[in-house]
Design a protein around this ligand. Structure first.
Ligand SMILES: *Cc1c(COP(=O)(O)O)cnc(C)c1O
Length: 421
């Protein structure tokens, strides 16, 4: 459930009418609902109730400082994958001891940054990375808390570009080699083992791959303890999917996911960390766009809107589906028209959706893309020299621009023409 509902035929974000935001900031824009973000964090707390746990929001799904501050104030930790995301988490007021550092290519500078300002743990993904972190921590005279991300070789049954838990993927260390690797780490200066990490992919709509992965992690926990390692925490990653299409079967609920965690690793006495991104931010955001033209094509109509693949790349990149709804609800019984919904960019890939049935729309009308709060604004670019679109946060009857649309001057100022040219 989210808080984007029609009231008197007008789409609202919580208590704010979408056309009111559009009049203030112009289109296109992202709008996030604070109540929805809050609700989603609380669903995970309920799911893990009774188990010591930390919900580390995957910053890569939505890294706006206001979103991070809201979630951080609710007690969330943060899962970061770059120095930039780490800086955002700190700037949003999240203490270092609630930040976990993931990612296959952490640089020495990023390691130094996190060790300087505080870190809960590094999730290590390769032997060269262990050597680098050991060297950096030793140089600084500190001890880095670490887990190893193990690759459990399970099929997450999700889109190939976001599956990460098969042996052919670039992520983690094969679970069969984990004992040897933990043995190595135990002898390395500057590193302290605190647990095990796993993350098998994103937008999972089936619990079975989680169960398989977590069973393997449970067995590994027992083995590593027998080998004399202290396994205090299990970081079980993110990846629980969300319903992008209302008409489809709903993916499992956080409470059901929590049950899988309980059944597989609940008896190990470990603190549980999870790293959900999409489930928290995805349905907490919409992208609102204006219709520029309705173009009659051969056998189909094109709805040409003022947002494009650079603003929301998921359809072009992952063949992703977003429900698209009019901001002004159509009268009941109106005959629908079939549209291809496209942006203005000069590529055929700039197509958001094909053959969608919507009540007739005209230039100037507003439509909203649902489920756009995760991997939306964060993946935007300025392709075609289109300014990044603003982000707005709604809480009750208030709203604020939490990232402004840059001016064209600001965009051009970032380039430099060399004096010798
Ligand atoms: C992407 C990612 C996540 C978040 O995945 P969601 O599908 O958004 O929940 C969590 N942990 C790691 C390591 C990731 O790479």
């Amino acid at each position: 459930m989210d808080h984007f509902l029609y009231r008197d035929g007008i789409l609202h974000a919580e208590d704010v009418a979408i056309p009111e935001i559009a009049a203030k900031v112009g289109t296109p824009f992202y709008a996030y609902s604070a109540a929805t973000l809050t609700r989603h964090i609380n669903l995970f707390h309920e799911a893990l109730d009774g188990m010591e746990h930390l919900v580390c929001f995957a910053v890569k799904s939505n890294s706006n400082l206001a979103v991070l501050k809201l979630l951080g104030d609710l007690g969330a930790g943060m899962d970061v994958v770059s120095g930039g995301e780490y800086r955002r988490a700190i700037a949003a007021g999240v203490p270092g001891n609630r930040i976990v550092f993931s990612g296959v290519g952490k640089t020495r500078d990023e390691m130094r940054l996190a060790l300087t300002h505080g870190i809960r743990q590094f999730n290590l993904e390769s032997e060269p990375e262990m050597l680098a972190l050991s060297a950096v921590a030793s140089e600084m005279g500190v001890t880095a808390p670490v887990t190893v991300r193990v690759n459990p070789d399970v099929d997450a049954k999700t889109h190939a570009k976001i599956a990460t838990g098969k042996s052919e993927n670039k992520f983690g260390i094969p679970i069969a080699r984990a004992r040897e690797v933990y043995g190595q780490i135990a002898t390395m200066p500057g590193l302290k083992i605190v647990g095990i990490d796993v993350h098998i992919g994103s937008q999972l709509t089936d619990l079975e791959p989680f169960r398989q992965a977590y069973e393997k992690v449970a067995a590994l926990t027992r083995q590593l303890r027998e080998d004399g390692h202290e396994i205090l925490r299990l970081d079980l990653g993110g990846g629980l999917g969300i319903p992008y299409e209302r008409s489809n079967d709903a993916p499992p609920l956080p409470i059901e996911y929590g049950q899988v965690i309980r059944e597989t690793v609940g008896d190990l006495g470990c603190e549980i960390e999870i790293e959900p991104g999409r489930l928290i931010s995805g349905n907490a955001g919409i992208m609102v766009t204006g219709v520029i033209y309705v173009k009659q094509g051969e056998g189909r109509n094109f709805l040409i809107v003022d947002s494009a693949m650079n603003d929301l790349v998921r359809p072009a990149m992952y063949e992703a589906h977003h429900d698209i709804v009019p901001v002004i609800e159509s009268a009941p019984g109106v005959e629908q028209e079939r549209y291809d919904i496209v942006g203005p960019i000069c590529e055929t890939g700039d197509t958001f959706a094909k053959e969608r049935d919507l009540a007739p729309l005209a230039a100037g009308d507003l439509v909203a893309f649902r489920s756009a709060g995760a991997y939306g604004a964060v993946m935007a670019s300025e392709y075609n020299s289109r300014p990044l679109i603003p982000e707005v946060l709604v809480m009750g009857d208030q709203f604020a621009v939490i990232r402004a649309r840059p001016t064209y001057e600001e965009m051009l100022e970032r380039d430099t023409i060399p004096a010798w040219l």
